[in-house]
Design a protein around this ligand. Sequence first.
Ligand SMILES: NC(=O)c1ccc[n+]([C@@H]2O[C@H](COP(=O)([O-])OP(=O)(O)OC[C@H]3O[C@@H](n4cnc5c(N)ncnc54)[C@H](OP(=O)(O)O)[C@@H]3O)[C@@H](O)[C@H]2O)c1
Length: 250
Amino acid sequence: MSEERPLTSRTALVTGASAGIGRETARTLARAGAAVAVTARRADRLHALVAEIEAEGGRACAFEGDAASLEDVRRVVGAALEALGRIDILVNNAGIMKIAPITSNAVDDWTRMVDVNVKGVLHFLSATLPHMTDRGSGHIVNVGSVAGRRPFPGATVYAATKFACRAISWGLHLELGNAHGIRVTDIQPGYVETELLHDQPETNAAWDEAWKGRRTLRAEDVARAIEFAVKSPDHVSVSELLVRPTDQPT
Ligand SMILES: NC(=O)c1ccc[n+]([C@@H]2O[C@H](COP(=O)([O-])OP(=O)(O)OC[C@H]3O[C@@H](n4cnc5c(N)ncnc54)[C@H](OP(=O)(O)O)[C@@H]3O)[C@@H](O)[C@H]2O)c1
């Protein structure tokens, strides 16, 4: 393993790579030497990311798709396998967050969060896992949240999806670690300054007020945590990483 580019012999598929944490994770893994396939719905952003990675001397390819669609995910994983030869690392990062009091009964937002944050994770798992179990190795990184440990008001359903993510990660370790040599990591970020938090104009002012004068995490801080987990030796499964801003009071 090269000291400077320790992931040179590895390949990774990063979901939700058109923005935020996924984008920085793809760049970070590519800088560490991995060949990276990136996916999300916004193809223009994915192609720009591939161009950036290649300009830095890295290897990358892009496949557009909706994580909520099993058909799309099967196509994306098939194309990534064809392009990369295999998928050593799956970063299940695509996600959405819709904040509203439960009494607002925003059932469409609840459904969408479950579709992307829970079913999306399962879709990529279903399409990727057979290849990992065939080879008897692999690393699945699920991007959960601090909300997967403790809900906060307005985020009851979002937190439920991240509790599910943590439950899936825990169960996967039990079923895949010893039996199949597959490692699983649940990354649990606190507040990270990304588009996710500015998706709903009506909550922007509240976030800004709550975080006035406080330092947040940046996407690269989470990418570094993911890099740490995947670079750990094969016998080490970094099962959970809670990464909060020092200034986060919750
Ligand atoms: N920001 C935070 O404070 C924070 C804290 C804890 C956990 N997280 C988690 O971190 C992950 C990444 O979030 P982020 O903060 O980086 O948000 P972001 O900047 O909004 O990025 C979200 C990514 O997910 C993709 N995505 C959303 N819906 C999708 C769908 N249906 N199909 C495919 N891709 C989809 C988006 O791409 P397209 O729109 O192009 O499809 C985008 O690339 C999420 O799982 C989030 O829950 C974030």
